[in-house]
Design a protein around this ligand. Structure first.
Ligand SMILES: NC(=O)c1ccc[n+]([C@@H]2O[C@H](COP(=O)([O-])OP(=O)(O)OC[C@H]3O[C@@H](n4cnc5c(N)ncnc54)[C@H](OP(=O)(O)O)[C@@H]3O)[C@@H](O)[C@H]2O)c1
Length: 174
């Protein structure tokens, strides 16, 4: 399950998971369901109508990029030995650490439960980019471009991103 499946990270995550053979459920708002399906998602949960644990403990892997849901809720959607990867939270979170609250707690909770709870810090590795390039050339992955802005309109681009409802990547042309 990929939470935030329509975002800049999620649109890649859905396609990569499909390219590696996973069965994928994407979580997004109703307006983005068709986009997420078009990327290959087998199922879509419209989070404005259903919470992600609607079907009980079902998912082997949950990649969480949006919504800042509590760890307890995420764990209810996961199989007993499932893996949670926290990528980002969007806005909100605890008073001290904001959206990073869960990233700090997950590794502390993980040793005491059967599920694996992990935070992700993206690293740029040449071999990953080469593999990504191959997947894009083969058509297995297509970057989704939301909007394109001129450099002089960068503040508008940032404002658009900050609204938290992008559909794919926001591009600034230089
Ligand atoms: N750990 C790392 O190394 C790393 C790397 C890159 C990014 N990040 C972080 O990852 C997060 C996502 O980045 P992004 O570039 O993908 O953001 P983005 O492009 O702004 O996408 C956010 C997506 O979240 C969806 N969304 C908003 N509220 C939601 C909710 N309650 N439940 C489910 N989906 C919801 C929105 O879709 P709807 O319009 O349908 O709501 C939107 O498509 C950010 O916090 C970013 O800082 C972390």
């Amino acid at each position: 399950m990929i939470i935030g499946a329509a975002g800049g990270v999620g649109t890649f995550a859905v396609q990569l998971a499909k390219a590696f053979g996973a069965s994928v459920t994407g979580v997004c708002g109703a307006a983005k369901a068709d986009l997420v399906r078009s990327l290959g998602a087998d199922d879509v949960i419209d989070y404005t109508r259903h919470e992600i644990d609607r079907d009980g403990p079902r998912y082997d892997v949950v990649i969480d990029t949006a919504g800042n849901r509590p760890l307890s809720l995420l764990r209810r959607a996961m199989t007993p030995r499932g893996t949670l990867v926290l990528v980002g939270s969007g806005f909100g979170g605890g008073p001290l650490f904001g959206g990073y609250d869960r990233q700090l707690r997950a590794p502390l909770v993980s040793p005491f439960v059967s599920q694996r709870l992990r935070s992700l810090a993206a690293k740029e590795r040449a071999e990953d980019f080469e593999e990504l390039g191959r997947l894009i050339e083969s058509g297995a992955v297509t970057p989704v471009i939301d909007r394109t802005y001129a450099l002089s309109d960068a503040p508008d681009a940032i404002r658009h991103l900050a609204e938290g409802h992008a559909a794919g990547k926001t591009v600034i042309t230089v």
